[in-house]
Design a protein around this ligand. Structure first.
Ligand code: PBG
Length: 327
């Protein structure tokens, strides 16, 4: 053996304390963003079949919900609304007394700047056809959708949102929203851009949750083609040049390569969205007894962090806090 000395990597794996010392990609509670669904019609929490432990909440549950989240050390929430009515143009999305502005006001009246309120800016939860924009000639029309996105962002900013998160994948949406916000004096309100949002099957449970499945066609003419990473990097670069404060990659698990590339290339805070389908797969396998949920969640969130995400949006956020303390 003398001639071929063995490099003993196992030395640092010998005890739990040594392993903990050597664990690098640690997640802090303030790295996590917890999504919350608010339902304008709900009278009590409505469970979401494919997302165990997630609910569509009525407005009067919000204070308690935010309090629980803050008490765990999580500093940010991402709000999604299910409106009382939907129409062709998604007008409930920019109603100043719509579900999201009302929710923001309740949160900010009670918690002020203790919590970072991020809002999804999109149309699919608000349109009767379930697409993320205005339909013209059978497809989503880019430029008329931008105008609506601008109105939505302003309605959220007026109510007190800290950050708006445009997610409809229209070209120029970050630029348009930045300008709309600035014109109204909201230059302090940030933009977290869903920059590389892929046309993914992993949004399935979310669409059940908020009832936003497109009534015809799919989202492939606006969400990204997952067979092309150059396009993802180009989308991200564009969003940065248009004024994005935080960039996002979505989904997370099948896109760790994109997260790693983006982290290397750009020095803008990077968020990854561990989406509904990624959540449901773990929950389902755990319910079957086929996987240990806690270990799977720690491993997955660590992998997303290790790949380069500064922030992780995840439905596991609250459950994971206790588990993450153990590493
Ligand atoms: C669009 C939006 C979607 C998600 C977040 N914002 C749905 C979609 O693009 O179809 C999906 C999130 C998830 O799957 O957890 N408003």
């Amino acid at each position: 053996m003398g001639e071929f000395p063995i490099i003993r990597m196992r030395r640092l794996r010998r005890t739990s304390a040594l392993r903990s010392m050597n664990f690098k990609a640690r997640i802090h509670p303030s790295d996590l963003i917890y999504p919350i669904f608010i339902d304008e019609n709900a009278k009590s929490p409505i469970s979401i079949n494919s997302m165990p432990n997630c609910y569509r909440l009525p407005l009067n549950y919000l204070i308690n919900e935010v309090e629980r989240t803050l008490n765990l050390g999580i500093k940010a929430i991402l709000l999604f609304g299910i409106p009382s009515y939907k129409d062709d143009i998604g007008s409930s999305a920019y109603d100043k007394n719509g579900i999201i502005p009302r929710a923001i006001r309740i949160i900010k009246d009670n918690f002020s700047n203790e919590i970072v309120v991020i809002t999804d800016v999109c149309l699919c939860e608000y349109t009767s056809h379930g697409h993320c924009g205005i339909i013209k000639n059978g497809d989503v029309d880019n430029d008329s959708t931008l105008e609506v996105l601008g109105k939505i962002a302003i309605s959220h900013a007026e109510a007190g949102a800290d950050i708006v998160a445009p997610s409809s994948m229209m070209d120029g949406q970050v630029k348009y929203i930045r300008r709309a916000l600035d014109d109204e004096g909201f230059n302090d309100i940030g933009i977290m851009a869903y920059s590389a949002k892929f046309a993914s099957c992993f949004y399935g449970p979310f669409r059940e949750a908020v009832d936003s499945r497109p009534k015809f066609g799919d989202r492939k003419s606006y969400q990204m083609n997952y067979g092309n990473k150059d396009e993802a990097l180009r989308e991200i670069a564009l969003d940065i040049s248009e004024g994005a404060d935080i960039i996002m990659i979505k989904p997370a698990l099948a896109y760790l390569d994109i997260i790693a590339l983006a982290k290397e290339r750009f020095n803008v805070p990077l968020a990854a969205y561990n989406v509904s389908g990624e959540y449901s797969m773990i929950k389902a396998a755990a319910q079957m007894g086929w996987i240990d949920e806690k270990s799977a969640v720690i491993e997955i969130l660590t992998a997303i962090k290790r790949a380069g995400a500064d922030l992780i949006i995840t439905y596991f956020a609250r459950e994971a806090i206790e588990w993450l303390k153990e590493i």
